[in-house]
Ligand binder design. Structure first.
Ligand SMILES: Cc1cc2nc3c(=O)[nH]c(=O)nc-3n(C[C@H](O)[C@H](O)[C@H](O)COP(=O)(O)OP(=O)(O)OC[C@H]3O[C@@H](n4cnc5c(N)ncnc54)[C@H](O)[C@@H]3O)c2cc1C
Length: 474
């Protein structure tokens, strides 16, 4: 064992240091199995002081650290490089709830709490922590904040950034910044927490956070509608916003091809409506009234949408099991597509006013370039966020089709930028989009980001090579 690892072992104890190759293996590969790295070790500190001490030791040796939470990120941000010289810094042992303040509607948790554990801690105080996404059983709040995760309730409650009031961060120097304030107003200068949220571990290590809580809804209603086109989906979104106001929590879009994939690969799934339609929207309301009342509101609203010919058909879940089945259709799309074969993924956002035209012109351009190409288009319509993935034409080998990735990225991302959108809506940049953002972000923005990085991590030891290219030898 190297002298550095011996010193680290003295800080974190025998449970805090993993060097054995077999145990390390799952942490060296990303969730999509796209990036495989090597590491000197995985270090698992159990407290903020231990994190700070480990960072100081690594800084002294110029050893780079890759923070890791649940390792469910989709941009390769938590995977070490191939050099075998980096340390994975896992926050998973820091999983305590430090406190709940129901009067202030805040919850203070450590970075290694899983998202489900955070939601449950809020529920014990009769409150809601609204961040929710399909990986919530495994992903950790530190990872959620570091990727500024979105999920299914952004429309009403905002992204992870908007749900955070304070942070505790171990800086690249090993100093601890305690910014664990539960304030909704604090105009005392730069709002430093926002630098670390969405920074993907490149500026410091988030060790704890103060999160916003909300009243726990008493009733929910979930429905699925069939529609003609993305234009109709947007008209429905506008109708639903007017009609339901802040009760509207989720508006999720998916195409009939997405449904096709789910029905093909998940034997237990069923088409939600009698007939098939080009597009579907899953719509969910939450309210302080009981579910029967909320369901009635949704029913009345959807009846009005049917009357106005905004939608073709609609169904409302009347039981917990039906609600789960409806959500399972939406949440199984990624897995179903993976089972169909490899594909080229995009996570983009656009102004709502440009979404339908983007889908039309990008689909046409792709079909012209690759006849028969299959577009898997779904996402968080209420946030203008599309997962716009491209599968090979039937009969074309999926692996071979990946060779077209660069050209396909250009077709999709050029149009995203043409319509003033973003090429990474909620998955972050990591390794996956690091070079791609250089093409699309204004040079002055990149320059400002490099200056921030250089100021907070002058040695370049915080997750080097992620988000922005390495700026020194590490
Ligand atoms: C099935 C599935 C569904 C998903 N759905 C959504 C979705 O709907 N919306 C969405 O936004 N995302 C979604 N994601 C991706 C999402 O980014 C991650 O699930 C989650 O936010 C990352 O958390 P994690 O703990 O797994 O982080 P990791 O994967 O471990 O890390 C992600 C990044 O954060 C950094 N990091 C981790 N912890 C810390 C820390 N404490 N301090 C500093 N840096 C840190 C890592 O270095 C890395 O750069 C989904 C992923 C999966 C697998």
């Amino acid at each position: 064992m190297s002298a550095l690892l011996e010193r680290i072992a003295a800080v974190v104890g025998p449970h805090g240091l993993i060097t054995d190759e077999a145990t390390l293996e799952p942490f060296l590969i990303d969730w999509r199995k796209r990036y495989i790295g090597r590491a000197l070790a995985m270090v698992k500190p159990a407290s903020t002081n231990e994190v700070a001490e480990v960072v100081r030791l690594c800084a002294a040796e110029r050893t780079a650290m890759v923070p890791q939470g649940g390792n469910t990120g989709l941009a390769g941000g938590a995977t070490p490089d191939a050099s075998g010289t980096q340390i994975i810094l896992s926050l998973s042992r820091m999983n305590r709830v430090r406190g709940i303040d129901p009067l202030n509607n805040t919850l203070t948790v450590e970075a290694g709490c899983t998202l489900v554990a955070v939601q449950e801690a809020a529920r014990t105080a009769d409150r809601l922590f609204p961040l929710s996404l399909a990986a919530e059983g495994s992903c950790e709040i530190g990872g959620n904040l570091s990727t500024n995760a979105g999920g299914t309730a952004v429309l009403r409650y905002g992204t992870a950034r908007e749900l955070t009031l304070g942070l505790e961060v171990v800086l690249a120097s090993g100093e601890v910044w305690n910014g664990l304030r539960g304030l909704r107003k604090d105009n005392t200068g730069y709002d430093l927490k926002h630098l670390f949220i969405g920074a993907e571990g490149t500026l410091g290590i988030i060790t704890a956070a103060v999160l916003k809580l909300f009243p726990l809804p008493r009733g929910w209603a979930t429905g699925i509608v069939g529609l003609d086109s993305p234009e109709s989906a947007l008209a429905l979104l506008s109708h639903a916003r007017e009609r339901f106001g802040e009760r509207l929590t989720s508006v999720e879009l998916f195409s009939d091809f997405c449904l096709d994939l789910v029905l093909r690969h998940f034997a237990e799934s069923r088409a939600p409506l009698r007939a098939r339609h080009p597009f579907y929207v899953l719509i969910e309301l939450a309210d302080s009234h009981p579910s029967e009342h909320v369901r009635q509101q949704l029913e009345d609203g959807l009846a009005a949408a049917l009357e106005a010919s905004l939608v073709r058909d609609a169904v409302i879940a009347t039981s917990e099991a039906q609600t789960r089945a409806v959500w399972a259709l939406r949440e199984s799309i990624s897995d179903a597509q993976a089972r169909e074969g490899k594909n080229i993924k995009h996570d983009v956002s656009l102004p709502a006013s440009a979404l339908a035209e983007f889908i039309a012109v990008t689909g046409t351009a792709l079909e012209r370039a690759y006849p028969g190409v299959r577009v898997v288009c779904f996402g968080h319509l209420g946030d203008g966020n599309l997962h716009y993935n491209i599968s090979s034409p039937v009969g074309v080998d999926a692996d071979a089709f990946l060779a077209n990735q660069e050209t396909i990225n250009r077709i999709v991302h050029d149009r995203v930028v043409h319509f003033h959108g973003s090429i990474s809506a909620e998955h972050g940049v990591g390794q996956l989009r690091r070079d791609e953002i250089l093409r699309y972000k204004p040079p002055i923005e990149m320059e400002l980001m490099r200056k921030v990085k250089a100021a907070l991590d002058p040695l370049g030891i915080m997750n080097p090579g992620k988000l922005i290219a390495r700026m020194n030898q590490l």
